[in-house]
Ligand binder design. Sequence first.
Ligand code: HEM
Length: 206
Amino acid sequence: MKELRDRQSAGAGPAPLAGPVAGGAMYGMIHQAARDFALSRLGPEQWEGLLETGGLSGRQFIGVEYYSDEETMRIVSLIGDRLGLDMTETFRQLGGAWVDFAGASTYGRVLQMAGDDLETFLSNLDRMHASIKSNMPKAALPGFEVVSSGGDAIRVQYRSERRGLAPFVQGILASVAQRFGETLDVSYVETEGGALFTLARRRAAA
Ligand code: HEM
C-alpha cells in the first residue's frame, strides 16, 4: 500500500485539500486529457483564458510529471465554469473523453490488451493500471473489483485514496461499455473509500 507521505506534490502538502479530492498529486496524463477536452469543447483562446484565471498561465502539462490534486481540481472546475457544468458533470464528461485520450496515447496498446469483452476488461483493470506503474512509480492507482456479473447487470467496486472521482469513473465506464458495443446505464452509490457501480444492460423490448 502506497503511503501518501511518500508522494510529492507541489504545494499540496500534507494538509487536507480544499477540494473533494483528497489524494496528493497526480501524473500529468490526467491534465493532458483535461486540456484536450477543453480545447475541443472551448477552443484554444478559452483554454488560455482559463489558465490565466486559474493563475496557471503558460502551464505545460507533462505526462510523466506530477501535479497537485488541488491543481487538478482547479482546472476541472474552471473548465466546468466555462461550459456551464457543475463539477460532477464535468468529471463525468471528462471520464467520457478519457478512454479515447488514453487509447490514442502511448498506452493505447495497454488498453487494447485489457480484454476483448466488457467483463474481462473490467476484471483486468487493476492489472492494466499495474502495468503502467513502472513508468509512473508514484501513481496512487485506483482499485476495481467485479463483485458480481451475469443477468442484466455487472457490479464493480471502485476503491481510491481520493474522493470525488466517482463521476469520472462513471463517465469512463459508460464509454468503455460503448467500446464493446454495449449501451449501459451506469449508476453508483458511494461507499467507504470508493463507490459501488452498477452497469445495467438495457434490454430491447420483446
Ligand atoms: C491505457 C489506459 C489507462 C491508463 C494509461 C491510465 C493511467 C492512469 C494514470 C496515470 C492515473 C493517475 C494516477 C496517479 O498519478 O496517481 C490514473 C488514474 C485513474 N484511472 Fe486510469 N488509466 C487508464 C485507463 C483507465 C480505465 C479504463 C479506468 C476505468 C474506470 C481508469 C480509472 C482511473 C481512475 C478512477 C483514476 C483516478 C485515481 C483514483 O481514483 O484515485 N483508468 N490512470
